[in-house]
Design a protein around this ligand. Structure first.
Ligand SMILES: NC(=O)c1ccc[n+]([C@@H]2O[C@H](COP(=O)([O-])OP(=O)(O)OC[C@H]3O[C@@H](n4cnc5c(N)ncnc54)[C@H](OP(=O)(O)O)[C@@H]3O)[C@@H](O)[C@H]2O)c1
Length: 310
């Protein structure tokens, strides 16, 4: 029997053609209209619409984040129906991990300061940059969140000789990182040269990175965030940078987005900002469709789905 697949995604032609291919043999209902008669939803359906559509058996989000589905009422409703929720985490883990690796290595080598000098006064800050450059070997990274992105980053950092500590909700042994609970964080922050957040937005992560935690870091530590802006107390971050105690911050996500041109984060000392571009790459949309296609194949076969939440 044909599955009816609802979608609201609107991608360039290459990805749309691929979408036709991966859904061949099924009925594709594009345009984001009514969900009620569909068994599968691909894109960003509203949780309320899914709850009101008893035919839906599987929702596949074209994002890594699933904050709208992370409310206890929604999760309980989905679980009661046995409805599967999957994300596109696999599509974003490589670019996001590479983006973080670029910032960690770039800052350690003083690249932003050198590029500022090139675009600014064309001075030759050789001594200052050489003197402040740091070797990563032997340094400690504390990872807030240890999901798809952070685990890929850990694979990239471990060969550099860095010590890795990771906070997640579920404690599980790991070959690369010492996995700790949030309650143990206070013990490890003073050891951290780098604090890397890939936390999603949810009720528990709001302002997770606050004045107390920033203040507990080793002096000169660097903070990175590619998760969500809401997980950081930005006023506390600006104060930590202004005091000079926090060495630098690198943010791919902020609250709000886009960050208004007059926002104080832009001018905070040693604060480097990219415009939520960590997950992007030229073939991103095709990869999203391929990922959905692979999960569709598995759904039809009754096999385990990739990136299933819960
Ligand atoms: N900047 C970008 O372009 C971009 C691109 C993609 C994703 N993102 C963001 O990055 C986030 C992470 O992506 P991912 O693919 O790595 O997601 P993921 O695989 O779902 O990992 C999320 C991690 O956060 C942990 N976590 C959640 N709430 C927590 C809490 N209260 N305390 C401690 N740990 C908590 C989870 O713990 P458990 O493992 O124990 O559940 C998990 O380890 C996404 O949700 C999205 O917001 C940004």
């Amino acid at each position: 029997m044909k599955l009816r697949i609802w979608t609201d995604v609107s991608y360039p032609e290459a990805a749309t053609g691929l979408r036709r291919e991966v859904t061949r043999g099924q009925e594709l209902i594009a345009g984001g209209g009514a969900l009620d008669a569909c068994e599968v939803a691909f894109g960003q359906p509203r949780p309320e619409a899914v709850m009101d559509s008893p035919a839906v058996r599987w929702v596949h989000l074209d994002s890594a984040g699933y904050e709208r589905y992370d409310a206890s009422g929604v999760r309980a409703g989905l679980a009661a129906r046995g409805l599967a929720l999957t994300t596109s985490s696999s599509v974003y883990r490589e670019p996001c991990a590479e983006h973080l690796l670029a910032m960690i290595t770039g800052l350690a080598r003083g690249l932003p300061a050198a590029l500022d000098a090139q675009r600014g006064d064309r001075s030759w800050p050789m001594h200052e940059i050489r003197r402040t450059a740091r070797l990563l070997a032997g340094q400690t990274v504390v990872l807030l969140g240890y999901g798809a992105i952070a685990r890929r980053l850990a694979e990239m950092l471990a060969p550099l000789g860095m010590t890795l500590v990771a906070v997640r909700r579920r404690r599980q042994e790991d070959a690369l990182a010492r996995v700790i609970a949030e309650s143990e964080l206070g013990e490890y922050l003073p050891l951290a040269d780098h604090l890397v957040s890939t936390l999603p937005a949810n009720a528990e992560t709001r302002r997770f990175v606050n004045a107390a935690r920033l203040g507990a870091l080793k002096p000169g530590a660097v903070f990175y965030n590619i998760g969500r802006g809401s997980t950081v107390d930005q006023e506390a971050l600006i104060a930590a940078l202004a005091s000079g105690r926090l060495g630098a911050a690198y943010l791919d996500v902020t609250d709000p987005e886009p960050l208004p041109p007059g926002h104080p984060l832009w001018a905070a000392p040693n604060c480097y900002i990219t415009p939520h571009s960590a997950g992007g790459y030229a073939t991103e949309k095709e990869e999203l469709v391929r990922h959905f296609g692979e999960n569709l194949r598995r759904f039809v076969a009754g096999a385990e789905l990739i990136d299933r939440v819960g």
